[in-house]
Design a binder for this molecule. Structure first.
Ligand SMILES: Cc1cc2nc3c(=O)[nH]c(=O)nc-3n(C[C@H](O)[C@H](O)[C@H](O)COP(=O)(O)OP(=O)(O)OC[C@H]3O[C@@H](n4cnc5c(N)ncnc54)[C@H](O)[C@@H]3O)c2cc1C
Length: 353
């Protein structure tokens, strides 16, 4: 197996991500298939983290304290109660905490917080540990993984496909998996009708540094338009905007202002923390906001893209589905809602060698 990445390996949206594995709190009405996929992937993560550590020697910083979604005023409280009842009706494992018990759980939260949904099963990993762990695991399994090598085009061969790299080299392959994130629609030679309708959704985030021995917060915390993700080494990830700005990745004053303001309302102690990094990434967003995973509609071509806000959460399930598509196994869930064919035109995807 050979993996090529046009930039430094795994430094796309994945490098900018919060790493939340929020299958319950991300659940939205009308997205029941997505909840099924997300919960399956969430359940796969603990073993995946162990297997990655064993294969690579890299700990992906899996944290299991869970996630709190907080309300800071009466309107937010009413909306959060409503959301809590919806999540409960879906059978999701969430609980309610009033403000007193909430402060017992996280004393650093502002006293203005009026209550919270506690989602004990929505954990987190550090994507910046997951990337080198996956790369090392691929290499240990005999795979070849190379950065700074862009795919320019693919073309059909007598048997399988030729993948042409921008530097002139080419590779022959029986199977090609297109997983180029927000850039997945731009690979020349990919059959037009099977081209994934993916566009970039810009996300800005920032990183503050807490004292790792006395962190301000231990749970992941969600508020209105904001989430806080405390890492084991004391970094506090504060994210994230969702913006329609094409391929622009420039951090903006407005983005940073909105993140800091919203974070400070929830956790006033951040005022004293050093700001160590501004982060931007481009989420790969599909036309219906669901991922496209599986056979792409032409023999030997597969997609793994369109994961939008949940690509880290969905990584183990995506790996299972892609493997099933190539090796012919039966996935553990019905993944038809994520089949790339849902976007294909009724005519057959034409490929001529
Ligand atoms: C700010 C932010 C916060 C997020 N937080 C979370 C979170 O908490 N939890 C979660 O589950 N998800 C989160 N996400 C979403 C998640 O990061 C994405 O869904 C996921 O990383 C997408 O992975 P990907 O591999 O498809 O794309 P990317 O990580 O963008 O990788 C695509 C790769 O393709 C390469 N590439 C592009 N063109 C070519 C080419 N022609 N040839 C070869 N290589 C090419 C790029 O260099 C890049 O490395 C977040 C995203 C952002 C931006």
């Amino acid at each position: 197996m050979s993996v090529v990445d046009s930039g430094a390996v795994g430094h796309g949206a994945t490098w900018a991500a919060g790493g939340m594995l929020a299958a319950a709190l991300e659940a939205e009405p009308g997205e029941e298939a997505m909840v099924g996929l997300a919960r399956w992937s969430q359940a796969l993560w603990p073993l995946w983290a162990e297997q990655l550590a064993a294969a690579s020697g890299i700990d992906v910083a899996y944290r299991g304290e869970g996630t709190l979604q907080v309300a800071s005023n009466r309107d937010e409280l009413a909306a959060l109660h409503h959301r809590y009842r919806y999540l409960k009706r879906q059978g999701l494992p969430v609980e309610w905490r009033d403000s007193g018990p909430l402060r017992d759980l996280e004393p650093g939260l502002s006293p203005d917080m009026l209550g919270a949904i506690v989602s004990a099963g929505d954990h987190q990993v550090d994507p910046r540990a997951v990337v080198p762990a996956l790369a090392a695991a691929v290499a240990a399994a005999g795979g070849r993984i190379e950065g700074n090598r862009a795919v320019a085009a693919i073309e059909p061969a007598d048997r399988g496909w030729i993948v042409r790299l921008a530097d002139g080299e080419h590779r022959a392959a029986d199977h090609v998996v297109l997983a180029a994130g927000a850039w997945s629609a731009g690979i020349a030679g990919w059959p037009t009708q099977a081209r994934p309708p993916v566009r970039p959704a810009k996300g800005q985030a920032l990183v503050l540094q807490m004292d790792p021995v006395r962190p301000l917060v231990r749970h992941v915390v969600w508020g209105a338009g904001i989430y806080l993700v405390p890492r084991l080494d004391g970094r506090l990830y504060v994210g994230a905007t969702v913006e329609d700005r094409g391929y622009d990745r420039q951090p903006t004053a407005g983005g940073v202002l909105s993140l800091l303001e919203a974070a400070w309302r929830i956790l006033p102690g951040i005022e004293e923390l050093p700001l160590v990094e501004l982060v931007t990434g481009l989420r790969p967003r599909s036309r219906d906001d669901l991922p496209m995973v599986g056979p792409a509609g032409a023999p030997g071509l597969h997609l793994a893209t369109g994961h939008h806000r949940n690509g880290i959460l969905l990584a183990p399930a995506t790996a299972e589905l892609v493997a099933a598509g190539i090796l012919g196994g039966m996935p553990a869930i019905d993944a038809s809602a994520f089949a790339p064919a849902r976007f294909h035109s009724p005519t057959e995807v034409a490929v001529t060698a």
